[in-house]
Design a protein around this ligand. Sequence first.
Ligand code: SAM
Length: 210
Amino acid sequence: MVVEVEAIGAYLDGLLPDRDAVLTRLEAEAREENIPIVGPRVGGILQILASLVGARRVLELGTAVGYSAIWLARGMVEGGKLTTVEARETMAERARRNVAEADLSDVIEVRLGQALALLPEMDGAFDLIFNDIDKESYPQVIPWAKKLLRPGGLLVTDNVLWSGRVADPADSDPWTEAIRTYNRTLADDEDMETVILPVRDGVSISVKRS
Ligand SMILES: C[S@@+](CC[C@H](N)C(=O)[O-])C[C@H]1O[C@@H](n2cnc3c(N)ncnc32)[C@H](O)[C@@H]1O
């Protein structure tokens, strides 16, 4: 099952602005090595959201090569800081090199570790948290996001439609189930106002009410 009709995806790609050399290279590497980055359509959404909330402090869970972190950082106010967490050392190292090439080493700090282990060490308040870690951990991110976000802050999450698998009743894979739990929990949470955009693999935006 696909979330987007292929022709519409291609049409939207035709409207994308050109990316700079770093993002273009990371998109090519992700294609070649099957690295699951958000891609330019979701990257643009992240940049606009960071800009709209005047993001000064951003937390990203799931760095990979630093692609989404670079988009987010470019939407933040000058002097802002983004912390991004990556469990794999080789990826964290690669992300640090890419961030340096994007001239964002002063803005982006790549921390090596498991997100659920590092979250208790984080000091809020964040203006925006981007969640893109292993899907089984998604439900456990919600209480931390609520604790660490400022009122009006955003929890943005990738892959919430999981190639449409969340809507397939026959799919009981643990990652699919965890994403369903995540989406339902946020939908029922009175402290959070959530919308799901069916862009690419599904992106949710949850605003912390108070
Ligand atoms: C989907 S990729 C992130 C893509 C990145 N956000 C982007 O779009 O450019 C997920 C990354 O998070 C890391 N990861 C997965 N589960 C994690 C966890 N529980 N804690 C920290 N990192 C994790 C993986 O090693 C992988 O590099």
